[in-house]
Design a protein around this ligand. Sequence first.
Ligand SMILES: Nc1ncnc2c1ncn2[C@@H]1O[C@H](COP(=O)(O)OP(=O)(O)OP(=O)(O)O)[C@@H](O)[C@H]1O
Ligand SMILES: [Mg+2]
Length: 505
Amino acid sequence: MAKLWISSAVLVVHTVLLGSSQALWCNCTTAQCEKTGSQCETDGACMASTSFIDGQEQHIRICITRDKLVPPGQPFYCLGAEGLLNIHCCYTDFCNSIDLKVPSVTSPSGLEGGYGPGGTWGLVELVAVIAGPLFLLCLLLLVGVFLYQYHQRAYNHRQRLEVEDPSCDHLYPAKDRTLQDLIYDLSTSGSGSGLPLFVQRTVARTIVLQEIIGKGRFGEVWRGRWRGGDVAVKIFSSREERSWFREAEIYQTIMLRHENILGFIAADNKDNGTWTQLWLVSDYHEHGSLFDYLNRYSVTTEGMIKLALSAASGLAHLHMEILGTQGKPGIAHRDLKSKNILVKKNCTCAIADLGLAVRHDSATDTIDIAPNQRVGTKRYMAPEVLDETINMRHFDSFKCADIYALGLVYWEIARRCNSGGIHEEYQLPFYELVPSDPSIEEMRKVVCDQKLRPNIPNWWQSYEALRVMGKIMRECWYANGAARLTALRIKKTLSLLSIQEDIKV
Ligand SMILES: Nc1ncnc2c1ncn2[C@@H]1O[C@H](COP(=O)(O)OP(=O)(O)OP(=O)(O)O)[C@@H](O)[C@H]1O
Ligand SMILES: [Mg+2]
């Protein structure tokens, strides 16, 4: 590069000098110069070059007239050309008498790495070599930018289409709409299976988590805020993706919504780059689970019947198959317990945690997943689940196992019922017979071998409500699943009881 600048400077100086039309004598090897003693006179420059002609090295010396010294500073004549291996222009008398050295490495085309008047690359080639890759790079960049913008525009367009689709317009969460509005739209829209996925995502991503309210097998439960209202957010660990997916799937079963089943709002899987956060958003119930509630409070007869009847209504709806295009399959819960039932503000129950549930396809008499033998909470497992005699091909078997667990939940509620000023402390079923986290074997011995069930005190017979509750429990706990009551039968019995007791439910 430095060489290029120096040569250019020299040429500029000489061009200026030549501007005064000073004549210059040079050595000349052409035939015309033989007459003038191998000399020539010029107003431009002397040039020497070396070339191979027929494999012979030839030294050429000529005069270059001033009008050929263009462009100034880098005259074409003084640059390399094909065949001429090395070129030298100079501006003093006979300065071209030197013998130029032949470059040591030559390419077949005569091109060699080198720049400027002494190099063998022409200006055009130089420009091509430098500008070519630059041009290609720019072109690639332009194509990249264009493709990115096109992709973005297509994505935005898709998003807009989803949001602006008039058929969904009424479901998009406009700024002034509350969750209740959305859910109301949902229940009257006829779809009956949940909010559209993009609305679920929008809702989930605008929730502000407030505090942790519980921890379960699959992760944590948080209280969150959405547009001034409370929501519950169950956050699954990424390992539990299948449980998250399954629970969201069950909650979105067509026509599942019921006042005694936990109201599902949204499922969202948010990838934060390192791991995937799996959210399940539902109604928030400040009393927490029935287990929490019974630990904290005793209940009146009215309170007991309201809890029991609402739990039976929820389970009856879950178990029931509704026929028709907007129908609902029968669903068995498989993990019913006081921790999986929530207590609403009006002291009625909402059945939650549907992650282990199975759905029945009555047309083919099949169950929607391959059910594994023993799932759920060991303490609440029916005898046929504990000893693995349950007939898993028969969907009703799972419903019967739910009824057994419901009987245990009723026992937990009834113990806390204040009748005649007496109520018992809260206890888990079988609290006096098995340790805190019993094994299957420990439960099997008690429930199947010894055929033991929670104690129903004699004094319950003195109070109609407790007497009825005690009778229901016994009929939920038969060793033979098929002999147990159905959820619908329990619901009817408790409805009658609530009328007798003059309870408004
Ligand atoms: N929608 C809700 N509103 C209010 N509290 C809730 C809600 N869902 C769950 N909780 C609270 O969070 C606790 C943890 O719930 P989670 O279902 O994760 O675990 P669990 O039921 O205690 O145990 P398991 O993992 O065996 O189901 C519940 O016991 C309850 O106190
Ligand atoms: Mg639970």
